[in-house]
Write a new protein. Sequence first.
Length: 457
Amino acid sequence: MGKVKKALRNNQLTIAMIIAFVIGIVIGILIHRSNPEMKPDHNIPRGLSIPGELLLRALNLVVIPLVSTSLILGIVNGTSNSFNKKAICTILYYLATTLIAATMGLIIVLILTPGAGGPTEKTVPENQVLDKKTDLLDVIKDILNNFVPDNIVGMAIQRTTSRGDEKVVNDGMNMLGIISVSIVVGVIVSRNKPKYGIFIDFVVAVNEVSHQMVTMVLWFAPVGIMFLVMAELAGHGLKKSKEVGLYIATVLVGLAMHFFLVLPSILGSLGRRNPFKFYKNLLPAMATAFGTASSTVTIPVTLTCTEKAGISKRITDFVVPIGATINMDGTALYEAVACLFLAQLNGVELSKPEIIITGITATIAAIGAAGIPSAGLITLIMVLNTVGLGTENIAILLAVDWFIDRFRTMVNVVGDAVGCAIVQQICGADEVEANGVEFQEIKADEDDAKVPEAVGA
């Protein structure tokens, strides 16, 4: 009995999030069933979403100071060799898992053929269909333009999007720009730490304050998540149609395989960790990702969970922010499935080279997608255009994207965390050698001579 009480006490937040999530689903469905004609712009869903919107605002508030200071400290606390190794391992891991996810999506959709039933009528008005001018060059330009921002203040509130020769400025954080600038600052400061000692102290203080703010916000998270889920289900309900239902099932099967088979296999073989225990520590991050549908907003929670799972703070501070920006396993899988689903729906048979191009393009497009709700729909336009498919039927995906988006975001966030374990396993020895003791408690006698050696190393 004592162990049960201790387990409940140590996992209060996780349990609260799970209970809130279930309550949100049940009440949301009941509200929609009481008025099946209710739309998302109805006063009831709008009112229910207010606590959730406050949660999103609070998490967004700490994203920039937390991400920027974490990246700077992650570089400053290491050496050039350890930084290079971490960067290479991180990028290669994210590229590999994203490509695996896209390939898995293609294989599953070809086997299950969810769109083979024939054309389906559009379920949202034509004027809600997304812009059709996105192509591969636009996405590449977006990545490069946002990676090299022209305004250090503007990157906190704006990001650019290319549409042919036209450059559109959208509201929202430019995470690629924030990451690139933070990395440059970290590299410069790390080359002369004594000279920039005051700046380093300031960055450490901001980082610690940001973590404290995250801790405060997390205790409001169960309430916010409950109302976010409740508002979504109250406004949308559960859409029914044979082809769309099969499409949703296909995406979820693919995401489940990646979540339960691919990532745990990588975690066990390369990360040398027990997937069950590791996933258990990630439950708050999973719940937040599902509730907010944003991997960027979930960054603070992911950092807390990965550190609780035993990952060095040096690793998490570097890997998680990058992962939330470029690691989009769930999005790549979704785009591959959606593209072939629409082809099947319209009776278009893609050749093998076109299918391969779809997988590669989905990988690139997913990397270029912002870590915000439904960003994958925007880059999906580019994937469709690349293989010559029209976007006329994309409206049917809009009707259910809010639901699928939450699952793929959860997969993305778990992929970020697994990346931390992989990078620590590969770079862990170098980190200890270069930086001394890790960010963990070291139990040793005061007379032990090894402790001062490690600290002073």
